[in-house]
Design a protein around this ligand. Sequence first.
Ligand SMILES: [Zn+2]
Length: 98
Amino acid sequence: MKRVFGSFNQTAVYHARNLLEHAGIEVFVRNAMLSSAMGELPPAECQAELWVLDDRDAERASEILEARPSGSAWSCACGEALGAQFTQCWRCGRYRSA
Ligand SMILES: [Zn+2]
């Protein structure tokens, strides 16, 4: 197992998980439950992490995550405001238009 992504923004972690699962890579999120303990544990312990089950997927996973467009924040047609790192609306599932 290999860690391929980590963030204090759990939405970003779960979105990354969706991207990788969509690509057929088996992943799991670790430490996500600890965020509620923030303040009692060192911050690094509260970060949600994304791990691939198969080490051989790690390189491809990194490529997928790094390939995400980095432009500016955008607004979905449903009205949801999304950060630049997201290619898909988590509210309605629409993809960002080019
Ligand atoms: Zn939307």
